[in-house]
Design a protein around this ligand. Sequence first.
Ligand code: CA
Length: 203
Amino acid sequence: MSDKGWIVGWAAVVCATFMAPRVAMASVVNVALSADTSSNRAALPSFPTSKAVDGDLSFESRWVAPDFGSESNPIWLKVDLGHLYPIQEVGLYIPDGTDPFYFGWYVDYRLYSSPDDISWTQIADGRLITRDDPTDTLVLAGLSAKYLRFDAVGGTHWAHLGEITVLSPEADPVPEPSTLVIWSLLGTLGITVGWRRRRSSAA
Ligand SMILES: [Ca+2]
């Protein structure tokens, strides 16, 4: 095979290797995990806003603001995702602990998104009820956001939220092996071409 044939062959292998793993490596990541959070109301000391994005679903890991939210005066928790992400799904959860005293509490909410912390769009509303209906899974299509805001607008108890998860299909933090494969193959290609050139020169 000529040098040109070797180069064309290796180029085809590189292209095929590059394209295939990119499709296979597509995954979903919770981009809200450990994100920056804030609120328009001071939280109880043991229940700061960060508890709502720590990945812990226990009763002790909640955000709790010591007041009731209302339609006209919501108490909100804002999540700064750090970047504009395509959003596939948002999960909301409130835990109930083991004491029946806490069973049946509910929080009415409205959920907003924003690309810039200035312009906000309501994307959902609902009611979370401890034990009976503590989770809402909101499947979203075509939404991109940098900020999400959970407004507590009513309920039987103070504004609170156990966890918010924000799943993005394009935020895979794992380095793509395809990149390593490409450099490996390009390195091999260079060695091959160099060797063949030296061999040709020697001949
Ligand atoms: Ca939590």
